[in-house]
Ligand binder design. Sequence first.
Ligand code: T1G
Length: 682
Amino acid sequence: MSDVGTIMIESGIGVLTIDNPPVNALGFKTRKAIFDGFKTLEADDRVQAIVLICGGRTFFAGADISEFGMPFQQPDLRVVLAALERSSKPLIAAIHGTALGGGYETALVCHYRIAVPSAKVGLPEVHLGLLPGAGGTQRLPRVVGVEAALDIMTTGRPVPAKKAKELGMIDALAEEGKLREDAIAFARQILESAAPLVRVRDREDKIAPARGTPEIYAAFLEKNKRAFRGFKAPANIVAAVQAAAETADFDAGLVREVELFDELMASSESAAQRYYFFAERETTKIPTVPSATPKVDIIQVGVIGAGTMGGGIAMNFLNIGMPVTLVETSQAALDRGISVIRRNYEITAQKGRMTQGQVEQRMALITPALGLEALAEVDLVIEAVFEEMDVKKDVFGKLDKICKQGALLASNTSFLDVDEIASVTSRPQNVLGLHFFSPANVMRLLEVVRGEKTSKEAIATAMALGKRLGKVPVLSGVCFGFIANRIMTPYTAGAMNVLLEGGTPEDVDAALVSYGFAMGPLAMLDLVGLDVIGRESSERTIPSELVKLGRLGQKQNGGFYDYDEKRCATPSPVAAKIVADLSRDLGVENKGTRSAEQIVAQLLYPVVNEGAKVLEEGIALRASDIDVAAILGYNWPIYTGGPMFWADTVGLSKIVEGLRAAGIEPAALLVRKAEAGEALAR
Ligand code: T1G
């Protein structure tokens, strides 16, 4: 056998074990080991039934995504699965960990599936802009029915084993930690029952009810059109399932699946989403901070400030069972903050996503305190006080005297200079930024801001902690706005320029929504509140002019738009006049209305340019980190890959020309890459 596959025969039960870390991805070596091992056991007369099981952390976690885009070495997955499905002996998939994508499709060609309770199964290809291309769209409806199959494949969410058994995705549950022996015992039961072998492809019971009901597919797409907007894969998944239900010939259904899969594989959306899959996993790989770097043991955390940010930050730690000392300046503020945390958990409990007991467990982890002295023994402090440098420096100066040696001191500042904050302490090596995005207990982006003197240990600790919190930590250097906020500053500025040059809020927002944002920049500003940005600017800007009139957005008197009592937006003559007057006073040339494409270029090319500067200044380690920050921090449409990947799709030369035409100096890195014909992010 190969170095990733071993076979054993135990009283007539052949056991094929595959062990190819880290996740038994179905790359060539794994496929070959399955194919060869199965052929050997099938040909051995001593073997009456076969168990397919994996070593390591999980059953096959899917096709090897790193192989995509290149010709598959034979045997490709479809060849392997066809061989397994022709098995003349009972074939049992023994599942632990996460049997996903091609992994679960492998389980579906087996006659039976047994899993431990902690296992999950699913077909998440939609997250890669793909569909299950090894028979999943044809077999899953035959085990769970069409409706459930559509939901499972278009959401891509993993199904826990217990629920999977209820749905029919697996046939039996093994005892935790006894998968191998229980799978062998299950195989024996199958033999003793002498039950006829039924392949999933031949089962009709679950799919028959959907035959001849073509209307369900259009209805499903209509019901989900907001969620699916801009994505290609969901519609192809639906078409493949429809083929399964309406094409009695299973093999014809497989042919249709391949057609629909190949369409997606060739799409820019899938290329972007496959790129993003690895981009998200790349962020914690820091060349100067190897993963073996010693880390501070974070057992207790202190959070200063129980407001929106502080409360949300605290919840991240409570969610992983870590005690939090929550510090405020007054009992009223403390009580308010704690009650908000409790309310957030109660709402989650009302939705059935946690029990009341869990609510109480988490609340019990909070130690309220009114003075910084309570933080003397914590391992990490995160400060979320007012965004004023003097306030921050005062706090850090005190923390430096109070906190134990070795404790990390982090600021949640969203743009202030972390080096200046560190300068008031005797431990700059232990000072860093931990920039959470609001709502801090929901948003997955965490910018880890590395000060000039921040130690490797502190960085390694922060990156590992970010992952423990379920965040995607992205390392940033010190600059105004770090990565996400900095690169998106020109986005908002561009929107204002389009208005001053004669565009309308509706044009701007419609253009960016058609690009893929869930909401246009101006509607977003009305939602967030214009006083948030209008207050900061001393010069006359559209937001400051609107704020002067008491127009704060949705929450007060409207903003760029007027709103009715249901908060439905309509064009605002008042806002239009404010813009026209300001434009006149500033002497801005009216350029009239522009196409959606022109508006997108005017807003997004400068974002790409800022990203290139962030890269050449060494603020971000790599272009894909910038894409992760934009996608997770600003909901940049994932099927574009993010600003840097998208720039490669558009063509860097076109972007450089567009910037120059707009009177914007392109970053040197952008010009260099464009001239060399090199990519920014690929
Ligand atoms: N291919 C290649 N590498 C993979 C991989 C995969 N499918 N899954 C994980 N890795 C790498 C990952 O890059 C990382 O590498 C390491 O494994 C640990 O991953 C034909 C076409 C399984 C739930 O979409 O969801 O099958 O950074 O950090 O948090 O129809 O990985 O250590 O070098 O994520 O414990 C469908 C994708 C593929 C599953 C584990 N399958 N993987 O999560 O670890 S398409 C998927 C995951 C397909 C068929 C279609 C998660 C995980 P490194 P990790 P984790």
